[in-house]
Design a protein around this ligand. Structure first.
Ligand SMILES: *Cc1c(COP(=O)(O)O)cnc(C)c1O
Length: 393
């Protein structure tokens, strides 16, 4: 750019493209566009996700690194990273469904996903049948010619219900129905594609990034053709992941298996101590023998049941609420999968619109408290839980 005026040179700094060596860590390509020598090459780039990078709503090298890493983690063929977990859910649903279609979905859905299904039913004419997730025969009974998707969650919030994925995917085998599994609660622990799922969704906001500094999501596809169908819509829906969030998520993935292993071990330890505590009436954790799907969890989550557990302090709704406010080390907050331990009392926060009967139907007690165990020493966590229980019960 020598010979140009200073302002012209300012707009065209040297862009270094490495040659002869390669970066060891994933570079952050924050730029949203790439330039070309030949118009034909740019035209070819419009052809699909595997062509040259040209515009970050379609693809970006940092986002692609994340997509490849999570594809490998889940044993899929391709992935689509999105701006949030709900971005992945909505992009998958809105890309694969049309008015008149029918979906079979588990009742214990993440709140945002449930609201989206309600909206799809009311405004888009997509019919949804809800099933308990406890008996695959209910899927065979609900199947219709118009059924397109079976929507499940590997481990559900906040009751830690575990769905028998092999049995549920077997119930739609031989049909065109695609099985979607939200695996946010069990990354690396449960591999839905190995159990017959077609699409796996994660809120990358949670365990994948892990440090509470990202909002992001991703959908992994077992079949490249289904990925391509969804990608074609995703570029119009504009659900693309931002490169910086994708970069933080790739960075988080490096320690994800270690974090999740530790969080699972600590959660089991805390669950056992809670189960032995005189002021606790019930503990929900798949790793405990008393959990309704403990046997399913032993098959699907052999290396650990994840970092989320729920329990019921004696004393009803007030006890749950007081506990969530009495903790000192643990933070009262709505998310999960963080390095720091978080607590929530669903009846007074996330599920406050539900009365006791509706809560009970969802398997949630008025006292139920959810803990997302972080990376603190479990003895320190226990001291905090113990003092908060003393105040609450
Ligand atoms: C948080 C969450 C989502 C939504 O993810 P966002 O990143 O908040 O959009 C979807 N499913 C499950 C199970 C979640 O926990």
């Amino acid at each position: 750019m020598t010979g140009h005026h200073p302002q012209t040179r300012a707009v065209h700094p040297p862009v270094i493209v490495p040659a002869g060596s390669r970066p060891l860590s994933v570079p952050l390509y924050q730029g949203h566009l790439f330039s070309f020598e030949a118009a034909d090459d740019l035209a070819a780039a419009f052809g699909g996700p595997d062509e040259a990078f040209f515009y970050a709503r379609m693809s970006n090298p940092t986002v692609r690194s994340l997509e490849r890493a999570v594809t490998e983690l889940e044993g899929g063929a391709a992935a689509l990273a999105t701006a949030s977990g709900m971005g992945a859910v909505s992009t998958v649903l809105m890309s694969l469904l049309r008015s008149g279609d029918h979906v079979i979905a588990q009742t214990t859905l993440y709140g945002g996903t449930f609201a989206l299904f309600q909206d799809l039913a009311e405004r888009w004419g997509v019919d949804v049948t809800y099933v308990s997730g406890d008996d695959p025969a209910e899927v065979r009974d609900a199947l219709r010619p118009a059924t397109r998707l079976l929507y499940l969650e590997s481990v559900a919030n906040p009751t830690t219900h575990v769905t028998d994925l092999p049995a549920y995917t077997a119930a739609v085998r031989g049909t065109d129905v695609l099985t979607v599994v939200d695996n946010t609660f069990a990354p690396g622990l449960c591999k839905p594609i190995e159990h017959g799922a077609d699409i796996v969704i994660h809120s990358a906001t949670k365990y994948l990034s892990g440090h509470g500094d990202v909002i992001g999501g991703i959908a992994v596809f077992a079949d490249p053709g289904v990925h391509r169908r969804v990608w074609d819509h995703a570029i119009d829906l504009g659900s693309a992941a931002d490169p910086f969030g994708a970069w933080l998520t790739v960075r988080g993935l490096a320690t994800m298996p270690l974090r999740v292993a530790r969080q699972s071990a600590s959660a089991l330890d805390i669950a056992r101590r809670l189960a032995a505590h005189p002021s606790v009436t019930r503990v929900h954790y798949p790793g405990l023998p008393g959990h309704p799907q403990h046997e399913v969890a032993r098959r699907l989550l052999p290396d650990g049941s994840g970092g989320v557990l729920a329990f019921e302090p004696a004393g009803g709704r007030d006890a749950g609420r007081v506990f969530s406010e009495a903790v000192r080390l643990i933070s009262l907050g709505p998310s999960l999968g963080n390095i720091a331990t978080l607590v929530m009392h669903p009846a007074s926060t996330s599920h406050r619109q539900m009365d006791a009967a509706t809560l009970a139907a969802a398997g949630i007690g008025e006292a139920t408290v959810r803990l997302s165990i972080g990376l603190e020493d479990p003895d320190d966590l226990w001291s905090d839980i113990d003092q908060a229980l003393a105040k609450a019960t």
